[in-house]
Design a protein around this ligand. Structure first.
Ligand SMILES: C[S@@+](CC[C@H](N)C(=O)[O-])C[C@H]1O[C@@H](n2cnc3c(N)ncnc32)[C@H](O)[C@@H]1O
Length: 383
């Protein structure tokens, strides 16, 4: 059963699909051998989780303060063989300990391969007021640190907006990097990536701090897509391919558009690609380019999508999810702003899978097995 409200700490039970036959279970077991174990913090609607799962990480437990996000993770459990393990704790991270998370994951301290997570970025984002540590959300980075210290995973990934590098004149970022070494326990490296340069149909610049107990400094990934590279940037047109208009299909989850007045429809119709509407202050997408960054919008998460490149309307949450490389089978729990918040906050799952594979290779010594094209097939995106 999905949780409807959040108490201070609600452990979500693992749901078992009784319709699975034994053969199916055997096949699933085989397909997840060589998997690594992970815990996820600030999991949101599961972008980072989904990519890591596709790359072979078994996420023992996820957690988030937002019950809609946790329900999204459970809603998608059992749909694919690499995502059968979801379990989520709905709680304020300040109120839980590593013990709670390990217990939910049925794991021991020291047995976790990796902790993944992206603490809230609003305090650092150039789209917000940039209050940094004077915004209580900014201080949640120290909660991430606390859990890493308590769990002692072999590695960790800390994701955030690029703005985190420059807030408080760069002092906070330096401090985070230093503290994340946990007195020399972890070798730490910071990586800034433009995800469009890795084949995501969206411009989105993010920082990933990677820590490894075995002393490995992870080398940067080399961009693969864009001007002067072997492959072209993926585009809005490709992201939206074969997606029926929302008024035609009610089969695809989270594909419900807003109703606009005739005045707005006329204004949206007259916009050029890339032009901003002066009233709603959102841009019309260019079908031949990657999308602008998909964002949450206002602090309350009531944001809008961009303007659709062809139809005179704002994009639906599903269309934004397509630009974020969430597959159509991944359903978001909730309506309207709950979904927009989960989609806008996420790490694109396809990018998450690519960086997870890179970490597997460099931190855990796995031979690189899966490529960008493999992950497109595994996740079922951009096809
Ligand atoms: C940037 S989003 C994470 C997105 C996620 N990594 C993904 O890829 O989908 C940050 C998350 O932190 C959660 N959060 C905010 N305050 C929290 C708190 N006090 N305790 C736990 N989670 C919190 C938010 O609900 C949000 O989902």
């Amino acid at each position: 059963m999905l949780a409807k409200s959040m108490k201070c700490f609600t452990a979500m039970p693992i749901m078992v699909d009784k319709s699975l036959d034994k053969n199916k279970i055997k096949r699933r077991k085989r397909s997840i051998t060589n998997s690594f174990t992970a815990l996820s913090l600030f999991s949101g609607g599961g972008g980072l989780d989904l990519g890591f799962a596709a790359a072979g990480f078994k996420i023992g437990c996820s957690s988030d303060i937002d019950p809609f996000s946790c329900n999204t993770l459970l809603l998608n459990k059992e749909k694919k063989n690499f995502y059968t393990h979801a379990s989520a704790i709905t709680a304020d991270i300040k109120k839980i300990t590593a013990k709670d998370i390990l217990k939910e994951a049925q794991m021991q301290k020291g047995s976790v391969d990796i902790i993944i997570g992206g603490p809230p970025c609003q305090a650092f984002s150039v789209f917000g007021q940039r209050k940094g540590l004077t915004d209580p959300r900014g201080n949640l980075v120290w909660e991430y640190l606390r859990i890493v210290k308590e769990v002692q995973p072999k590695a960790f990934v800390f994701e955030n907006v690029s703005g985190i590098k420059t807030i408080h004149d760069g002092k906070l970022f330096k401090d985070i990097l230093k503290k994340l070494t946990l007195d020399g326990t972890y070798a730490v490296s910071a990586h800034s990536y433009e995800v469009a340069d890795f084949g995501i149909p969206q411009f989105r610049n993010r920082v990933f701090i990677i820590g490894a107990q075995n002393g490995v400094i992870v080398p940067p990934m080399i961009p693969t897509h864009g001007e002067g590279r072997l492959k072209k940037h993926r585009t809005v047109k490709e992201a939206l391919r074969f997606l029926p208009a929302p008024e035609i299909s009610n089969q695809i989850p989270n594909h419900i558009g807003r109703k606009h007045s005739e005045r707005i429809i006329t204004r949206y119709r007259d916009l050029e690609f890339g032009e901003r509407d002066p009233k709603t202050r959102i841009n019309k997408l260019n079908p031949s380019r990657p999308s602008y960054t998909i964002i949450v919008g206002s602090d309350n998460g009531g944001g809008k999508g961009h303007v659709h490149p062809i139809a005179p309307r704002e994009v639906t949450p599903r269309e934004s999810a397509r630009m974020q490389t969430f597959p159509d089978w991944w359903e978001f729990y909730g309506v309207g702003r709950h979904v927009i918040r989960q989609v806008g906050n996420a790490v694109p799952p396809l990018f998450s899978a690519i960086i997870a594979e890179h970490i597997k290779q460099h931190v855990f010594g796995e031979k690189k097995k899966r490529t960008y094209e493999d992950f497109i097939k595994i996740l079922r995106v951009l096809s």
